[in-house]
Every structure is written in structure tokens, then in C-alpha cells.
Design a protein around this ligand. Structure first.
Ligand SMILES: Nc1ncnc2c1ncn2[C@@H]1O[C@H](COP(=O)(O)OP(=O)(O)O)[C@@H](O)[C@H]1O
Ligand SMILES: [Mg+2]
Length: 205
């Protein structure tokens, strides 16, 4: 089973993931946790180029292709082998981040992006995608309060991040059987509970 976490900055994806994985391990599942971009040696090098504040000259096309390059490597080296071994794979961001950020955020043609994502992933699609939805300001407040790590992508304008949030909600509406929307503005334990509930429902089929 392939599960992805999506949602705006500060929604809690990265901080909620370890507890979700531990919960599933406690139930006897073999769980692999990974993240995009990165997860492989080549991918981590691409991540550094994407996130580094000094790379202000990166244009949207470069950003899109670098993300797909990291993703192709990630699918081939990590995701496919783990899924073939029967593991539950939980990935912090995947193809939908490209659609939300580069598609809705940068207003790039969605069809073109879907084509590039398909090329990079060989058609690998999540079985379940949890959307941690949060108002843009609230997500950023959390990041500012708790986290000094501020990357190049975070620094895009507020209107960009607003389009990202609405884009995510639209993607979820278009594919309701794959997506589950969680109110990530709630307290941490409540969000974790919802995540566990939806994953168990999916496992139960
Ligand atoms: N439900 C929550 N309530 C309050 N703070 C939270 C909540 N979820 C996450 N945080 C905090 O907000 C910050 C951003 O969370 P993070 O998991 O890094 O978000 P993301 O990976 O989605 O950008 C972290 O410092 C985290 O501890
Ligand atoms: Mg994160």
C-alpha cells in the first residue's frame, strides 16, 4: 500500500509521520517512511539545489523538471522495491505536490504536468492520499513559531500559497476515492487520530 501526505506548509505532514508509522508498526505492518524531494543520494543533491535560498534564478520550468528528476530516482530506488516487498510506504509529498505548487501555484498547464509526473513515476499512483488542510496564515505562523528552517519555496508570495491550498482542495474533490481531507488546524492528537482512522479504513478495504 502506497500512502502519501500532502498539504500546505506547516500543516503537520513531517511532524505527524513518525507517530503514524509507529502506530502501524505496532499493528505488525512493515512500514517504510520517505519524503520528497530526496530520499536517495541523487535526490538529496537535487533537493539542495531546489531549496537553497541562493538559487533565486530558478525558473518554474527548471523547478518542475528537477522535482521530476528527483522523483524518478526515488520511485526506482526506494518506492517500487519497497512496494514490491509488500511494505506500507508512506511518503511525505509526491506527485500531487507538483500539481498543487507548480500547477496551481505557478499556474502551469496541469495536463503537461500530469504527463511529466507519469513519465517520472512510470504511472505509480498512491492508494491513499491524506490532505492536511490548513489556512495559509496558520500554517506559516506555525512554521515561524517552531521552525527556523525557511527554504526558497516557502518564500513565494502569499497569493501563491493560497492558490496551492485551493488547488489541493480541487484535486481532492476530483478524486474522492483516493483523497481524504483532514482539518489540520486542529490540535496534533486530533489530526493524528484522523490520519490513523483513514489509513485503517483503507487497509480494511
Ligand atoms: N496540529 C498542530 N498544532 C500545533 N502545531 C503543530 C501542529 N502540527 C504541526 N505543528 C508544528 O508546526 C510546525 C510545522 O509542522 P510540520 O510537520 O513541519 O509541517 P509540514 O511538514 O506540513 O510543513 C512544526 O513545528 C510542528 O511541530
Ligand atoms: Mg514538512
Amino acid at each position: 500500500m502506497f500512502i502519501t501526505l500532502e498539504g500546505p506548509e506547516g500543516s503537520g505532514k513531517t511532524s505527524q509521520l513518525p507517530a503514524l508509522a509507529e502506530f502501524l508498526r505496532g499493528k505488525g505492518y512493515d512500514v517504510l517512511v520517505t519524503r520528497e524531494p530526496g530520499g536517495t543520494s541523487v535526490g538529496d543533491q537535487i533537493r539542495e539545489v531546489l531549496m537553497n535560498m541562493k538559487n533565486v534564478s530558478i525558473v518554474p520550468q527548471t523547478e518542475i523538471l528537477l522535482f521530476q528528476a528527483a522523483r524518478a530516482q526515488h520511485v526506482a530506488e526506494i518506492l517500487r522495491p519497497a512496494l514490491d516487498e509488500g511494505k506500507i510506504v508512506i511518503c511525505d509529498r509526491f506527485g500531487d505536490s507538483t500539481l498543487a505548487y507548480q500547477g496551481y501555484g505557478h499556474q502551469t498547464d496541469i495536463g503537461t504536468l500530469q504527463y511529466l509526473i507519469h513519465f517520472a513515476t512510470g504511472g505509480l499512483t498512491p492508494d491513499l492520499t491524506l490532505l492536511l488542510d490548513i489556512p495559509v496564515n496558520q500554517g506559516f505562523e506555525r512554521k515561524l513559531k517552531n521552525d527556523s528552517e525557511w527554504n526558497r519555496l516557502d518564500a513565494y508570495a502569499k497569493a501563491f500559497h493560497e492558490r496551492v491550498r485551493q488547488g489541493y482542495l480541487e484535486l481532492a474533490r476530483e478524486e474522492p476515492e483516493r483523497w481524504r481531507i483532514i482539518d489540520a488546524s486542529a490540535e496534533k492528537d486530533r489530526v493524528q487520530e484522523e490520519m490513523r482512522k483513514f489509513v485503517l479504513q483503507k487497509i480494511a478495504g
